[in-house]
Design a protein around this ligand. Structure first.
Ligand code: NAD
Length: 433
């Protein structure tokens, strides 16, 4: 099939290369000229394991190209996939301006039947609004479908190429058939493709993210309770997760969830509910617990230092919102760093992949260290915010030698409190006695 993927970010790039890899002809389009120029030179603008090799193979095979020319891409395509950003607007709702601008361009360039697929996460009812915007410009036939994406950054290729499930929603039978054919090579069995109407598909994406975020906030809330009661949330987590009705995933307490999806999708879902007069009380609580949780580590450090943060130096390990990505959107590390700077502390930071992105936001307000141990030099405390593998078993003797005072804040509960206390550290994690 001839595909045009509009928006070449984490989702569009992975989807584009994934569809090319199974034999389709794909052009990935973006308004960001620098991004497209880099991709044309063979550079990959994001860090995603395995992505560079897959792009190289498919570009060489002539199945994958990059362009800023949206008109030509649309006119040549049988399927146009919208994968542009839908960032939060000031009121928390999803900003759909990029989605609608693409829809208008599609309408103006329709030259025969095309399937217009929304992969961006969009509020319920957006498919109808896209259809209406295309219809303003054309009498040509077309089908609109919602095809939310469930990939996880850091494991995006695997998730895209071997999805647990694919959701396609449309009220147009021809569009559903085209998408079923497109996805059939990727799924294990045909039942893994869930066909439904567009509104249900749009809601499925928010429901899935809200459910995952609910598990995290629930455990974070219980972690705070555990600490007050002298219980150990790690023991609780393992035992609760052993119940097959609950399962072990997404029960990890930590420094709060970040990323480009959960925070924004949750606030958008709250707005969607309010739009039809329904207050989503559980989702509201998920959001407020998360906001509190993102400040928890900072508060712990402030208490430990009796409020005396002015002039102190804090080492931060991990800036990305989770391991295996360079994405720092809504990352808990940024909340902690901003609090520290505001309190007059200095920050020495390390991350294997995300430092350039943080530099673009914070500039030289903090010190970036190429080596994780360098970040500790002269620091009064070490805070771990992202559980990259290389932080799991550091040389703690060296850590202790480099720190001015042996203080550890483990925002992901990856270290052993007993062993560290035996080594002479002051240790605090999340929800552990
Ligand atoms: P992103 O910011 O990485 O990429 C979006 C891209 O769209 C950017 O490169 C931007 O330049 C481009 N763009 C913006 N306006 C455009 C226009 N008018 N024409 C062409 N290109 C345009 O975003 P992302 O993380 O890839 O997310 C895209 C969508 O997918 C969002 O709705 C997001 O919620 C959803 N989503 C993201 C993930 C994820 O893990 N990142 C997972 C599932 C769903």
């Amino acid at each position: 099939m001839q595909l045009a993927v509009i928006g070449t970010g984490y989702v569009g790039l992975v989807a584009g290369v994934g569809f090319a890899d199974i034999g389709n002809d794909v052009v990935c389009v973006d308004v960001d000229e620098t991004k497209i120029a880099r991709l044309k030179r063979g550079e990959v603008p994001i860090y995603e394991p395995g992505l560079d090799a897959l792009i190289e193979t498919n570009v060489k095979a002539g199945r994958l190209t990059f362009s800023t020319d949206i008109t030509t891409a649309i006119r040549a395509a049988e399927v146009v996939i919208i994968a542009v950003g839908t960032p939060p607007a000031a009121d928390g709702s999803a900003d759909l301006s990029a989605v609608f601008s693409v829809a208008e361009t599609i309408g103006k360039n329709l030259n025969g039947f095309k399937v217009v697929v929304t992969k961006s996460t969009v509020p319920v009812g957006t498919a109808d609004r896209i259809e209406e915007r295309i219809r303003r410009h054309t009498t040509q036939p077309f089908g609109v479908a919602s095809n939310p994406e469930f990939l996880k950054e850091g494991a995006a290729i695997e998730d895209f190429m071997k999805p647990d499930r694919v959701v396609i929603g449309s009220n147009n039978a021809r569009a559903l058939e085209v998408l079923r054919n497109l996805y059939t090579p990727l799924v294990r069995k045909s039942e893994d493709i869930h066909e439904m109407d567009a509104r249900s598909a749009e809601l499925t994406k928010y429901a899935a993210n809200a459910m995952l975020a609910t598990r995290i906030s629930f455990m974070n809330d219980l972690a705070v309770l555990s600490e007050k009661l002298g219980a150990d949330i790690e023991r609780v987590r393992k035992a609760v997760g052993a119940d097959p009705r609950i399962g072990p995933k997404f029960l990890y307490p930590g420094a709060g969830f970040g990323g480009s999806c959960f925070p924004k999708d949750i606030s958008a879902l709250i707005q969607i509910g309010q739009g039809v007069g329904h207050e989503l009380e559980v989702v509201r609580a998920v959001e407020s617990v998360n906001k509190r949780q993102k400040r928890l580590l900072f508060e712990k450090l402030r208490r430990h230092l009796d409020g005396a943060l002015e002039g102190r130096t804090v080492a931060v390990w991990g800036l990305a919102f989770k391991p295996q990505t360079d994405d720092i959107r809504e990352a808990p590390a940024l909340v902690m760093i901003r609090e520290l700077l505001e309190a007059g502390a200095k920050v020495r930071a390390h991350d294997p992949e995300a430092m350039n992105n943080v530099r673009a936001v914070l500039g030289d307000r903090i010190t970036y260290c190429e080596n994780m141990y360098e970040a500790l030099e002269g620091a009064d405390a070490l805070a771990l915010l992202t559980e990259w593998q290389e932080y799991r078993q550091p040389d703690f003797e060296r850590v202790k030698r480099l720190l001015r005072t042996p203080t550890l804040l483990d925002g992901r509960n990856i270290w052993d409190p007993k062993a560290l206390r035996a080594l002479g550290f002051w240790y605090t994690g999340i929800g552990r006695p």
